[in-house]
Design a protein around this ligand. Structure first.
Ligand SMILES: *Cc1c(COP(=O)(O)O)cnc(C)c1O
Length: 398
């Protein structure tokens, strides 16, 4: 034997903390027990049982996306795979793409569009601001674009494109297909795919939906689907070919072995959203996020983004000079068993308000951990004032 010894490893018990960390970062987020249970099952990926699951996942997804589209599908892969599926199917080589870039994830869409041969024009939105529809209209007047890419919420720097409805309206007016990334926002705030004129919408499992990472959702509008059906350019991606995926999602035939456990988890996550209903879920997210934001400010810390462009589903906090964001996170994780996010390169902290993160008990535990850790790391904060403000906002219903 060439490799006589198995590698020396330890069991997961030795790697994982004794007590699971409370996941309050930018995703993945905590999952409800019913979702976790569903994720532990394996069933046949074809046949009557799976067909019933798939039909329900599609109808529940239509509700969450607010669409009547017949082209809703799951994707085995991260939200980025669903982003790539939207891009790869809708952007043909040479097609002109207007990519509205607020930060890392919206820039990823631009990068993907370039890789499939699209002729990409990046519009870099000024730092810490929402994309302004007047700027977009000016660009649309100047050049004929086939596709627009845009995020509803830019998780990386916690900016919200609050005028998404108007941007999508302009996109349709100028004959574009609108590709919208709703990964960190879906089911936390309004999104009406049909009403707003969204042609491809994407979400992951591990954010607003409170399911597992690695199984994502995508929906194409009828306009988008017509484009896909008459597309001439060959599709370089076999797994992400929407016409092949349609075989599984709409014709109950084989494409690739569907991630059955993850789809069962998604089924439960979507069913819980239906039970809660979207309006109540939006309200819960809005109240919890305002309470968190109010608490953080009352504690004496600054939020990264001004109110008018601030994303509610991921809250960015400016870390005071002389305090290390990494040190704060380390203390929160080691001592308080609460995990939050740093940022790609910036000295800020990000706290998620997606799905199960928006529960009052999780808020109090998180703000307590943040305040205490901040003090230990050398920051000056008034934790009781933060707690009191959080309590006040929650009691007043936002
Ligand atoms: C998290 C996130 C993504 C990427 O999701 P992955 O599952 O890591 O691929 C894309 N866009 C936004 C807005 C996100 O928040």
């Amino acid at each position: 034997m060439k490799y006589p010894q198995p590698p020396a490893v330890v069991s997961l018990d030795e790697i994982l903390p004794d007590e699971p960390l409370l996941m309050m970062g930018a995703g993945p987020v905590p999952i409800p027990p019913k979702v976790a249970y569903a994720n532990s099952l394996v069933i046949n990926h074809l046949g009557d049982t799976m067909n019933r699951v798939v039909e329900q996942v599609k109808s529940m997804s239509r509700y969450v996306f607010q669409t009547e589209s017949g082209h809703v599908m799951g994707v085995a892969g991260p939200a980025s795979a669903a982003m790539e599926m939207a891009i790869a199917n809708l952007v043909e080589p040479g097609a002109r793409v207007l990519s509205i870039c607020n930060g890392l994830f919206s820039s990823r869409l631009a990068e993907m569009a370039g890789r499939v041969g699209g002729e990409v024009t990046r519009f870099d939105v000024p730092d810490k601001q929402s994309a302004n529809p007047a700027d977009i209209e000016r660009l649309l007047k100047e050049g004929r674009y086939a596709v627009i890419t845009v995020v509803q919420g830019e998780t990386s720097n916690t900016v919200w494109n609050r005028d998404l409805v108007e941007i999508c309206r302009l996109g349709k007016q100028y004959g574009c297909l609108n590709i919208v990334d709703a990964v960190c926002t879906l089911s936390t705030m309004e999104m009406e795919m049909d009403e707003w004129g969204v042609d491809a919408i994407i979400t992951g499992g591990q954010k607003g939906l409170s399911s597992i990472p690695g199984v994502s959702l995508i929906a194409f509008s009828e306009d988008a689907w017509r484009h896909i059906e008459k597309r001439n350019a060959p599709m370089a991606h076999w797994c992400l070919d929407a016409r092949l995926a349609d075989n599984f999602w709409n014709k109950h035939a084989y494409h690739y072995t569907a991630p059955v456990s993850g789809i069962l988890a998604l089924h439960e996550a979507l069913r819980l959203i239906g039970e809660e209903t979207l309006p109540s879920r939006f309200r819960r997210h809005a109240v919890c996020s305002s309470a968190l934001q109010g608490g953080i400010e009352a504690m004496g810390l600054d939020l990264l983004i001004q109110a008018e462009a601030r994303l509610p589903s991921v809250v960015g906090i400016t870390v005071p000079d002389g305090v290390s964001a990494d040190k704060v996170r380390h203390i929160m994780s080691q001592v308080h068993k609460v995990e939050i996010s740093g940022a790609f390169g910036l000295n800020i902290l990000r706290i998620g308000q997606m799905g199960e993160q928006s529960r009052t008990h999780n808020l109090f535990r998180t703000i307590h951990a943040l305040g205490t850790a901040m003090r230990v790391a050398g920051g000056k904060v008034d934790l009781p004032a933060g707690m009191a403000e959080m309590e006040r906002v929650l009691a007043s219903g936002g």
